[in-house]
Design a binder for this molecule. Sequence first.
Ligand code: GLP
Length: 252
Amino acid sequence: MARFIIAKDYDDMSEKAAMLFSKQINKKDNSLLGLATGSSPIGVYKNLIEWNKQGLIDFSAVKTVSLDEYVGLDADNPQSYRYFMNDNLFNHINIRMENTHVPFGAAQDVDKETKEYEKRIEMLGGIDIQLLGIGRNAHIGFNEPTDNFETATHIVTLDENTREANARFFDSIDEVPTKAITMGIGTIMHARKIVLVSYGENKADALYKAFFENTNPLVPASILQYHADVTVVADKAAMGRILDSGIEFNGY
Ligand code: GLP
C-alpha cells in the first residue's frame, strides 16, 4: 500500500515531496534521481534550488535520468523536456550537465535511442528515487492506457487527451508532437523509491483509480500498487475522491 501525505496546497505538496529528495541526496551524495516534467513537479524543483543555494543540499555528485521526451524536439526547443529540465532545475543548481540524462527526442534512430537509454539507466546503477506526476488518464511518464504494460523504455503514440492537456504549453495543438520516448512501466517499477506528486481536482479520479481499484494497464499508474516503496504527496483537491470514499489514513 502506498503511503499518502495529504498536503494543504501546492506549496505544501512541493515542500514535502522535495524533502524526500533532499533526504535521499544527503544520505547518498551520488544518488541517481529519476525526474519528471509537467506543472506538478515545478514547485519541488524550486525548493531543491533554494536549498542548494542555502548550502543544504549538494548536487555535485548527483546524477539524473528523466522520464520522457517528445520525439522530434531537440534541446533548443523550449517545449522539449530537456529544455524544461535545464530551465526549471539544472541551470540553477551545482549539478554537472554531463550527469543529467534526458532521452534524445531528435535522434536519427529513436528506436536505438530507447534501447540505449534503458541500458544507460542500468549502467548508472538504477534509480534511487523516482519523481512522478500523473496524467488525467492516469498515465505515468508517457505510458498511456493500453492493453498491456510496456516494460522498457519505448516510443509511444500520445493520446489525444494528453495532447490536448499539454497543448497549453504550445502555440496550438497542431504543434504538440504525436509521439514521445518514455521510460517503460518496468523501468519505473525498478526505481528503489517512488514519489508521486499530484494536485488539483482534475487528478482526483486518476488518483482514486490508480490506488483503490484493480491494477489494469488501462490505468497505467495502478501498477504502482505493486511497488514496495511509493509515497503519494497530494493536495486535498486531488485526494477528493479518495477522501470522499471514506478511506481512513492514520497519521496524515
Ligand atoms: C505529461 C508528462 C507526465 C506528467 C503529466 C501531468 O504528460 N509526460 O510525466 O505527469 O504531463 O502533468 P501536470 O503535472 O502538468 O498535470
